[in-house]
Design a protein around this ligand. Structure first.
Ligand code: UTP
Length: 289
């Protein structure tokens, strides 16, 4: 079955980027001139996704406004002849068919995905974590969908992570299959150092089959009280139904301060409008360090 739907969980509290994320959702923090979540929606669309559900919560209405018309602004841009800006702003309201649902309590990523149950129905679907931006010519979600279509199994997007960082991510048991594709036979969320299986961790993307919802319902909250998506996916891995692909793009963690800066610097350097001037500025700055 074709993967047509995507879920973007964006209901976390973003405590690692406070105070910036107090009133502005971290998914709306900009990388140069676009909020993080716009890169993510664009990746989904470039991957062939038609319907998107964004999981929000109180105080995230800015996300809905961003993907809606802004009549006063549009009129002003048009009447002052700013056609390019007008086109950019208007196109945001037509990027995809986007719906929203609120996660009423912040009970973890697993619970956020569970909130998409009736939207997803009985189809495979992609999950794009709302604070993980992946910059790539080949959209990462599209690479995962390719693996799903070939093997008919759930797929996680994976990358090697430095050993000292693994306890804040997860660790995967993997067996190579072909190229950058692996069989994933185990996964442990936020492992203790002695639990580390490999340096591969799930970073920001997965394609799941709808049996995940029943597994989430059976998943008890973890040590921090949140229902972890990894704990539910682990069951699929144990049943032999999980693959992983080391996707090609570069992933930026917009949920932490250093990740935000890295994204801004690297995207800024490639930016058609300010890239050249920014490069010169960075060089002069670097010379003083
Ligand atoms: P994170 O664990 O990185 O987000 O979740 P967080 O809870 O906001 O982070 P900190 O630790 O407080 O800084 C990954 C993604 O899942 C969403 C987040 O918005 C983020 O995009 N999420 C997380 C939810 O939608 N609901 C939740 O209950 C938790």
């Amino acid at each position: 079955m074709k993967v047509r739907k995507a879920v973007i969980p964006a209901a976390g509290l973003g405590t690692r980027v406070l105070p910036a994320s107090k009133a502005v959702p971290k998914e709306m923090l900009p990388i140069v001139d676009k909020p993080a979540i716009q890169y993510i929606v664009e990746e989904a669309v470039a991957s062939g996704i038609e319907d998107i559900l964004i999981i929000t919560n109180r105080g995230k209405s800015l996300i809905e406004d961003h993907f809606d018309h802004a009549p006063e602004l549009e009129e002003k841009l048009l009447s002052s002849g700013k056609q390019k800006l007008y086109d950019d702003v208007v196109s945001l309201a037509h990027l995809a068919n986007i719906q929203y649902v609120r996660q009423k309590e912040t009970r973890g990523l697993g619970h956020a995905v569970w909130c998409a149950k009736s939207f997803v129905g009985n189809e495979p679907f992609a999950v794009l974590y709302g604070d993980d931006v992946i910059i790539s010519k080949t959209p990462a979600t599209g690479e995962l969908i390719g693996v799903y279509e070939k093997y008919g199994k759930s797929v996680v997007g994976i990358k090697p992570v430095a050993t000292e960082l693994l306890p804040s991510y997860c660790t995967l048991g993997v067996k190579p299959v072909e190229g950058k594709t692996y069989d994933v036979f185990d996964m442990i969320e936020k492992p203790l150092p002695e639990e580390i299986i490999s340096n591969f961790a799930i970073l920001g993307r997965c394609v799941l089959t709808p049996d995940i919802f029943e597994l989430i319902e059976k998943t008890p909250p973890s040590r921090n009280g949140e229902v972890q998506l990894t704990d539910a996916m682990r069951e699929i891995a144990h049943r032999g139904g999980m693959m992983g692909i080391e996707y090609t793009g570069t992933r930026y963690d917009m949920g932490n301060k250093l990740g935000i800066l890295q994204a801004i610097v690297e995207v800024g350097l490639e930016h058609p409008e300010i890239g050249g001037a920014f490069r010169e500025y960075l060089k002069s700055m670097a010379a003083t360090l």
